[in-house]
Ligand binder design. Structure first.
Ligand code: AMP
Length: 401
């Protein structure tokens, strides 16, 4: 890829202001307790670096998908957690682009930190509105993007805002750089054998990634709901399991192409099936040859776990995106957890594609064993698909556009 403007190359001046777009989109329970602060901790490197440079720091992020101003989506709990993690005061304003925010920004001094309220409380954010972006840009002398999770979206605080800073005054933070490096090295020079594990609900969501990965991997393991479209394409009876009928042809083509390229493709050989999509439903283990007509497959079975573990044995690189079953329900989480343990125990470089898969790994208690867990599910997938992400494109050196 063309060269990225990077935080380390910026000549910061103590006392000046820097606007850092972070991804503090953390999960919270119904009492607004943060249940996983990984995304906050991932931003610390960039924040601390700017503190060491003597900068006055303005932090901004989105949280969830609020329709308008809504306290449920306030970033206040994030300010508190961040303050604890940094062992330093973090000022917080319940405002993004109004007078309160402006005044707080104006009185901010070097080595002080201010967190603005949820960017998505302002309509201009998701509309990539230039006026709104200009307002945000007016807060600071420098701009840093460390919000990998939103780089696949052209939103005001990651896209339009970059117009208001020249190349010497903007760049990617440490997390963003790391995310891009991991994805690129994975595609360009993986240690072999390179095994990709894909799962999740739909083939459609990962079709492009599958196509892009196929010529690059040695083995491809397919689990989750999407496996049933492949099984159906091979002529299996899949009952009421998830099916994308219109993609049966594509699924056959992928299996064919795999054969042509010498890529070994693994599909589940058994499944946990239930008559209903519910935690209270009865369930049973069946081979994929014996899925009852009115039942649906909601997790991979133990024989598939053994098969997949065998396929992972000796891997040099493992990339995993998508759960093996409906892991949100305890009953159907085992397949995903056991694959998580297998990936964690391998000697391979292990890259987890964010989103649901990161959640699986965390719940399985394997977080610390993985080489890299991406902070952005959608963005990570798009990088693997070979797409140019809007938020990254605008941070490439100008003469190389
Ligand atoms: P995705 O967003 O495509 O990665 O899909 C993630 C979702 O796939 C999770 O919410 C899982 O509950 C769901 N999922 C995984 N396996 C199955 C399955 N066999 N049937 C239905 N949904 C599934």
């Amino acid at each position: 890829m063309r060269e990225l403007l990077f935080i380390k190359d910026i000549k910061f001046q103590p006392g000046k202001k820097v606007f850092i777009r972070c991804d503090f989109n953390v999960p919270m329970d119904e009492y607004q307790n943060i249940t996983d602060d990984r995304r906050i901790r991932s931003a610390l490197a960039t924040i601390k670096y700017c503190l060491d440079e003597g900068m006055a720091i303005i932090l901004a992020s989105h949280l969830g998908r609020p329709k308008s101003v809504d306290d449920k989506f306030s970033l206040e709990p994030v300010a508190k957690r961040l303050s604890r993690l940094l062992d330093k005061d973090v000022l917080f304003v319940k405002d993004v682009a109004g007078v309160v925010a402006k005044e707080a920004v104006n009185s901010l001094k070097g080595e002080e930190i201010l967190l603005l309220e949820n960017l998505r409380f302002e309509k201009g954010e998701t509309k990539n509105d230039e006026e709104f972006a200009k307002k945000l840009a007016s807060y600071a002398d420098f701009y840093i993007n460390d919000a990998f999770g939103v780089c696949h979206r052209a939103h005001a605080s990651v896209h339009a805002i970059t117009k208001f800073f020249d190349d010497g005054h903007k760049g990617a933070g440490f997390l963003l750089q790391k995310e891009i490096n991991f994805a690129q090295n994975l595609i360009k020079r993986p240690t072999r054998p390179f095994v990709a594990i894909v799962g999740g609900s739909k083939v459609s969501g990962k079709l492009q990634a599958l196509k892009n990965l196929l010529p690059k991997v040695d083995k491809l393991i397919i689990g989750g709901g999407m496996a049933f479209t492949f099984l159906k394409a091979l002529g299996f009876e899949i009952g009421n399991s998830l099916l994308e009928e219109e993609l049966l042809d594509e699924a056959s083509k992928i299996l064919e192409k795999g054969k042509e390229l010498g890529v070994k493709i693994y599909l589940p050989v058994d499944a946990i099936v239930a008559p209903h999509f519910s935690q209270d439903s009865v369930m049973k283990y069946v081979t994929t040859q014996e899925i009852p007509k009115d039942w649906m497959g909601l997790d991979i079975g133990p024989a598939s776990v053994t098969l997949f573990k065998e396929a992972l044995d000796g891997a040099g690189t493992i990339w995993w995106n998508g759960p093996m079953g409906v892991f949100e329900m305890d009953k159907f989480a085992r397949g995903s957890f056991r694959i998580s343990h297998a990936v964690a125990e391998s000697n391979a470089m292990t890259v987890i594609g964010g989103g649901d898969t990161a959640d699986v790994v965390a719940r399985a208690g394997d977080q610390d064993e993985m080489t890299f867990i991406s902070t952005g599910g959608g963005a990570s997938l798009e990088l693997i698909e070979g797409k140019e992400l809007p938020g990254i494109k605008v941070l490439l050196k100008k003469d190389e556009y």
